[in-house]
Design a protein around this ligand. Structure first.
Ligand SMILES: C[S@@+](CC[C@H](N)C(=O)[O-])C[C@H]1O[C@@H](n2cnc3c(N)ncnc32)[C@H](O)[C@@H]1O
Length: 364
């Protein structure tokens, strides 16, 4: 089967990585790639090396594309070639995006140009929304649009402040929305999108109920126009230029360009990185939610590899979308210290409101 992009965006708040990992200038960071966004955000912290890994070559091709664009292009061209969607700005033409792609190709390895040559339609349509997850969200948005109409949905984004947004949400007609969640967000449909293995460690069946609660959380904790996760999910674009992932912000582009040669893109697991770089070669670890579907034994095996890779003072963070947290065994517990207060505090400020928990540890 040909590799396909599952996530063209990272649906994880990069602020949680920044505030938990506390990267010091010059440190080596290992980061799970997904859509590449959060690896690029960590590059803004001035690491010595930022090694971004993934098992799926299509995800790595996403990051290769963004890396090549950052090397070659000016800020506005970068935003145009990756197809950053805005709600109130006209889109660039597909031909213009291909023209820019032809300029950046020379900075990509062969596997990435082969992938993008074969998938030029993704570039033409805006590759930032080309993942399977993003396509699923598009279906979700379309159905919501049928159920409510644009104006009613937009009312949730037009409040003057968070207080009045809470009031609008409280009186919003939610019955249809909840019914849509029952239809679309159940184990069977989600397994089709993400693979049944993804939910092997989930204790509950009521996915729709779980996501209804998280939706309420998202709608009542964060001001929607500033929450780019909510805007992308429900409206399909950014509300304004300041409400975007930090790596997309104009003011951060010079630093991104300056640090881009510190980014290494690597296909493989944490165990492969250990074989390649040897013990004691990293200080910080962004582990995304890679443990979501794993058994305790597999989880503890990977944590042992992380510990072997870690230098004194190392920090690491991971999260779960639906699954119960895995438990560290005695050996790993003797090496890692949990930071419960910071974990809880950061979890409460997670603008990507769909997660179940966030976990911060450091090497003892
Ligand atoms: C765990 S998924 C989660 C995505 C994320 N929640 C998001 O919103 O983007 C992120 C990426 O991790 C990769 N991945 C999963 N397990 C991995 C592992 N053991 N080593 C390296 N990459 C892994 C997947 O291929 C996927 O692209």
């Amino acid at each position: 089967m040909k590799p396909a992009v599952v996530y063209s965006n990272v649906w994880e708040d990069p602020e949680l990585n920044r505030l938990s990992l506390k990267v010091q200038p010059g440190q080596n960071v290992l980061s799970i790639t997904s859509g590449g966004c959060n690896s690029l955000c960590l590059l803004l912290e001035d690491p010595g090396r930022l090694v971004s890994i993934d098992l799926n070559p299509a995800q790595l091709a996403m990051l290769e594309f963004k890396r090549a664009a950052i090397i070659e292009l000016e800020y506005d061209e970068f935003i145009d070639v990756i197809g950053v969607p805005f709600l109130f700005k006209p889109e660039k033409s597909p031909e213009y995006r291909i023209e820019l792609y032809n300029r950046i190709k020379k900075h990509m390895p062969a596997y990435a140009t082969e992938f993008w040559d074969e998938n030029q339609h993704h570039i033409k349509n805006g590759m930032m929304m080309c993942g399977k997850v993003e396509k699923f969200f598009k279906i979700y948005r379309t159905l919501l649009g049928f159920l409510y109409g644009k104006d009613e949905l937009m009312s949730l984004f037009k409040a003057e402040n968070l207080e009045s947004q809470r009031e609008i949400y409280a009186s919003f007609r939610k019955k249809r929305w909840n019914a849509l969640h029952r239809l679309l967000l159940n184990r069977a449909v989600l397994s089709l999108v993400k693979g049944a293995h993804s939910f092997a460690q989930v204790d509950f069946e009521d996915f729709a109920g779980n996501l209804n609660k998280k939706r309420t959380l998202g709608m009542t904790r964060f001001f929607n126009p500033d929450n780019y996760f909510m805007c992308l999910l429900m409206l399909g674009g950014h509300y304004h230029e300041n409400g975007m992932s930090p790596y997309l912000l104009r003011e951060n582009y010079p630093k991104l360009k300056k640090n881009i040669d510190r980014l290494e893109i690597f296909m493989g697991t944490i165990g492969d990185v250990l074989k390649k770089d040897g013990p004691g070669s990293y200080d910080r670890f962004n582990l995304s939610n890679i443990f979501e579907w794993m058994t305790n034994d597999v989880f503890n095996g990977i944590i042992r590899e992380v510990i072997e890779l870690a230098r004194p003072g190392s920090r690491m963070a991971w999260r779960y979308t639906f699954a119960r947290p895995r438990e560290l065994d005695a050996q790993n517990l003797s090496r890692l210290a949990y930071e419960p207060e910071l974990s809880d505090e950061l979890f409460r400020q997670d603008m990507a409101f769909i997660y179940e928990s966030f976990h911060v540890y450091h090497l003892k």
